[in-house]
Design a protein around this ligand. Structure first.
Ligand code: NAI
Length: 260
């Protein structure tokens, strides 16, 4: 039998771009990746919010995070931030498409078209654009990783939320297509599908409503922490995760497997 082959379980020195990294799961992912020794481009809508996350990371004595304002709805801005990050760190190994928001409007009601356009632009179109811009760098990496944040709304559907549901189902389809398209180059593409997580998006839901929902729907009877999602994202981007591609991983406290 061949000798056991230990695989590389470190992202030290790798470069990651994370969108929507000023809050919630993106922020937790930026913190975690930086603590693991990666170079991290912390991107979000507002420069000051990105600066604040980089300052938090630097409080831990880590100097490998950079803040860049990036509205992922802006195709030119995506190209510019990718170029800047590659220039700063000499390449790009990991892309985490995480930016998102909730703008639920029932189909047929006023504001639906706007919600549809924004949801698809920010939570689906931007994923292919960021990957497209980063592709020349990913192709040069020996452990290129794409992680697209979908949702359990990409695996099922909640009423009155169809634009979001469509975007998140699209993310899973796009990720599978990327996995198949880039597989021969060793680039992996996977989806994280969070369930109910304590972040900016769910902040306005009163605690008692959250608990009722968590008791009724999840196996673990609670909302998840952004750090619990970030750690699964880390597992997926490790060089050792080299045979995992095209999957949609629920990080949902057992929401999708619970029947009763
Ligand atoms: P969050 O609100 O804490 O963070 C989302 C970040 O995305 C914010 O900082 C926001 O400024 C940023 N963002 C919004 N539009 C943007 C744009 N056009 N360009 C760049 N950044 C933009 O929310 P959370 O929950 O951390 O969201 C992260 C991802 O997780 C989203 O894609 C969301 O759909 C997804 N998700 C969240 C769940 C939850 O329960 N919190 C459940 C399932 C999926």
């Amino acid at each position: 039998m061949d000798a056991y082959k230990p695989l590389d379980r470190s992202i030290k020195g790798r470069t990651a771009i994370i969108t929507g990294a000023a809050s919630g799961m993106g922020r937790a992912t930026a913190h975690l990746f930086a603590r693991e020794g990666a170079n991290v481009a912390v991107t979000d809508l507002r420069q000051d919010a990105c600066d604040a996350v980089v300052a938090e990371i630097e409080e831990a004595g880590i100097t490998t995070a950079r803040a860049h304002a990036l509205d992922v709805g802006d195709a030119d801005a995506i190209k510019a931030v990718v170029a800047r990050t590659a220039e700063e760190f000499g390449g790009i190994d990991i892309v985490v498409n995480n930016a998102g928001f909730a703008l639920p409007v029932p189909l047929g009601e006023d504001g639906y078209e706007d919600s549809w356009d924004k949801s698809l632009s920010v939570m689906l179109t931007s994923h292919q654009r960021l990957v497209s811009a980063a592709l020349p760098w990913l192709r040069r990496s020996d452990a290129a990783r794409i992680v697209n944040v979908a949702s359990t709304e990409g695996l099922g559907a909640t009423p009155r939320n169809s634009a979001y549901v469509a975007a998140k189902h699209g993310v899973i389809g796009l990720t599978r297509a990327m996995a198949v398209e880039f597989g021969k180059e060793g680039i992996t593409a996977n989806c994280i599908c969070p369930g109910p997580i304590l972040t900016g998006i769910t902040e306005a839901i009163p605690d008692e409503h959250k608990q009722v929902y968590a008791n009724r729907r999840t196996a673990l009877r609670r909302y998840g922490l952004p750090e619990e999602v970030a750690n699964i994202t880390l597992s997926v981007v490790l060089p050792a995760a080299s045979y995992l591609t095209g999957v949609a991983i629920p990080v949902d406290g057992g929401l999708t497997i619970r029947n009763a």
